[in-house]
Design a protein around this ligand. Structure first.
Ligand code: DC
Length: 444
């Protein structure tokens, strides 16, 4: 799913776009950084704005790369050089604005931007995302704010960055520059700044960034509500709803963070402390999912039959065998979701055990999304070592922000696999923490 966020500067676009991506677990692309990076390259190579042949030559060889740090900060690279801070100077801002009005430059960069948007969940921030780059985006946002408010924001931003300039900064001057830039952006010949007809307009003048992010997340929820998940098979739906009623009645099942659940292939990676975990997760998902279960479970009366209908696949005790792996890759390749317990076996004390390599290997091979899940209360309801569960209890299933494959795409295999394990473990732990701290608001 693509969400576009356009609008003039000073409307809080970057903060909002980053916040939306974080809240929804989407990737985030700041397309202005791309124009800025190109501008940086022009200055580095001493190329004049009028030398179109040289700029075209540069575009033909333009090596642009984005990397995300462990803390989630973006770093921009041009030909291997980290230009993240250098592209934010006044000089580069001005040059980026000029270079972005050249039609052949826009054509080349739009092509790259579209390639980043292929089969991902992402928020794209810019000026022409909803009108030109992604005219078919599922959700388009256009931010505005009163010029005086934007000038005030810019004034405060500059004061913070350059406190020495306090005496020379004039709000009136900033306001007139903003009005002039607005006029230029809106009237330029190529891709002028304008609201797409189907974009949601949000005036941020009187809103905090958290409020704007909330409105966009709500709009996304409504859209997802309009796009139903694939219908379940009759037998699956029958068992699904019966088991759901059972868990609701006896274990007061609570499902949190369902807005994080998205269509398409994913590995649902969860903590594991009870035989109840697979059915609880299955019936908490709004569409059919698959899971692996030990062969011996299929021999338990009733449970065995039910889990078979719920798309479970028997595996031998050693679940790391090649045929299981192939089966999982095949399911993911067909766009299915598979529940996996990366700890390997059930935890005795409920604490998350170190994750085994299977998950990272599978994600690396299938290049798929990871949907982290935390199940609470299942161990108390049916602990290890007990033949039958307690009849009453309280179970919760918490869905967290998905982890996209693109986070690991550019990493070397060994590093990628380590990172996949680390990110998943961290995600499940933070869901546990969120739950234990009172489960307020949306899960992380
Ligand atoms: O958002 P920003 O200030 O970092 O953008 C830098 C420049 O690039 C700005 O002058 C507008 C231009 N730009 C554009 O024309 N189209 C985009 N999609 C993004 C930015």
């Amino acid at each position: 799913m693509i969400i576009t966020i356009d609008g003039p500067s000073g409307t809080g676009k970057s903060t909002v776009a980053k916040g939306v991506a974080k809240r929804l677990g989407f990737l985030f692309f700041d397309t202005g950084a791309m124009y800025r990076s190109l501008a940086w390259k022009l200055t580095e190579q001493n190329i004049s704005l009028t030398d179109e042949a040289a700029i075209q030559g540069l575009l033909d060889r333009f090596q642009y790369d984005i990397q995300t740090t462990r803390e989630g900060e973006k770093h921009y690279f041009v030909g291997g050089v980290d230009v993240t801070s250098q592209i934010r100077t006044q000089e580069i801002s001005l040059l980026a604005s000029q270079v972005s009005s050249l039609p052949f430059v826009r054509k080349a960069l739009v092509k790259i931007q579209r390639s980043f948007g292929h089969r991902v969940n992402a928020v794209f921030e810019g000026r022409d995302m909803g009108t030109v780059v992604f005219p078919d985006a599922e959700l388009k946002i256009f931010l505005t704010a009163k010029p005086e408010v934007r000038a005030e924001r810019r004034y405060r931003e500059l004061l913070l960055k350059f406190p020495d300039l306090a005496d020379s900064l004039s709000k009136e001057q900033i306001l007139s520059e903003i009005e002039e830039r607005d006029h230029n952006d809106r009237t330029r010949a190529v891709s002028p700044l304008r609201q797409a007809a189907d974009a949601l307009l949000i005036d941020t003048s009187e809103l905090t960034s958290e409020e704007v992010i909330g409105r966009i997340a709500d709009a996304k929820k409504k859209i997802c509500g309009r796009k139903p998940f694939d219908p379940m098979k009759f037998s699956y739906a029958l068992v699904y709803h019966s088991v759901r009623v059972f868990f609701k009645l006896f274990y007061r099942l609570r499902i949190c963070g369902l807005s994080h659940f998205q269509k398409g292939a994913a590995i649902i990676a969860a903590n594991h402390a009870s035989f109840f975990d697979p059915p609880v997760i299955s019936i908490s998902c709004p569409e059919e999912v698959h899971f692996l279960a030990r062969e011996s479970l299929f021999r338990i009366p009733l449970l065995g039959r039910l889990i078979r209908i719920l798309n479970s696949h028997p595996v031998a005790r050693d679940s790391s065998d090649a045929s299981t792996f192939r089966q999982l890759i095949q399911l993911l390749g067909q766009g299915e979701k598979v529940i996996l317990f990366p700890e390997g076996k059930r935890s005795k004390d409920g604490d998350l055990q170190p994750l085994e390599k299977g998950l990272s290997f599978l994600v690396y091979k299938a290049r798929c999304r990871i949907q982290p899940v935390y199940v609470a209360g299942a161990r108390e309801a049916w602990p290890r070592g007990r033949k039958f569960p307690h009849l009453f209890g309280r179970i919760s299933c918490v869905f967290g922000s998905p982890i996209e494959w693109e986070e690991f795409e550019t990493l070397e295999k060994r590093v990628a696999m380590e990172k996949i394990t680390e990110r998943t473990e961290q995600a499940i732990r933070s869901l546990k923490h969120w739950f234990e701290e009172g489960a307020r608001g949306d899960p992380p």
